[in-house]
Design a protein around this ligand. Sequence first.
Ligand code: NDP
Length: 281
Amino acid sequence: MAELLSGKILSEQLTLKQKEKVAELKEKGIVPGLAVVFVGEDPASQIYVRNKGIACETIGIYSRTIRLDADCTQEKLTETIEDLNKDKQIHGILVQLPLPKHLDEQKTLATILPQKDVDGFHLINAGKLFTNQKGIVPCTPKGILFMLKDAGIDLAGKEAVIIGRSNIVGKPAAMLLLNENCTVTICHSKTKDLKEHTKRADILVAAIGKAKFVTADMVKPGSVVIDVGINRVDGKVVGDVDFEAVEKIASYITPVPGGVGKMTISMLMENTLEAACAQAL
Ligand code: NDP
């Protein structure tokens, strides 16, 4: 039976450390600040934005949510970000994605100052990750690596297979694991014979967005299985992995909920604290 990689427990431990860090910074007169820009009313995004606010409050980070109407212009959005770029109270800026269709996501992300880009989506930060330089790393992949390292899982030379090639999860997760000396394969919807790849994986990351897509016959016995998926089925949240079947053969597995999702928020707090230190110290 696989050992559980609990994002819940790990994130609770991190919260305690982060509270201490914030208290330390406050003694030096620095209050870390995070701004979340939220355009429109997407219900899932509303929940994510609320959770980010709660996390800030728990740790003692100053947080500000800027809500813009769904029909907001690109100019208004750019102007809002530019104001936050100049704002000394704000060390991290996050634009909640997805944006309404009429807005340009890449242009919007490029407006954020790279040192305030706590989601790590700016091209400068993406480029730094690509070239293995220190920059701000996207929260979900950073959380995945944190969990693997915390469990003492050896990464060098391991076969890592990522299902999913999004800019926010799949690709940065692949880069991080490559930088840790894994041999990395990225699979996607056009991959031929997916199972042939996944069966080789010592570390399998599922970031697809399809409930219980990864079945036991796709998994190598003894492997580490990281489930990034968040899918709502009959009012329940489930991952991309058929947890009940796969936990019987994997050596480690992340649950959903209580796995990668918890770490994503923790890493957002971490990135905000790091950004505050880099800007204010
Ligand atoms: P995207 O929709 O952007 O990407 C999904 C990827 O899965 C694509 O690369 C797609 O391939 C691939 N894919 C789809 N169907 C198949 C298939 N049949 N076989 C192989 N690959 C396939 O999603 P995200 O990366 O944004 O998110 C993935 C999941 O993770 C979602 O459930 C999302 O909710 C969740 N998520 C969870 C987070 C957390 O904190 N836990 C944070 C962010 C996301 P192609 O490129 O060819 O279309």
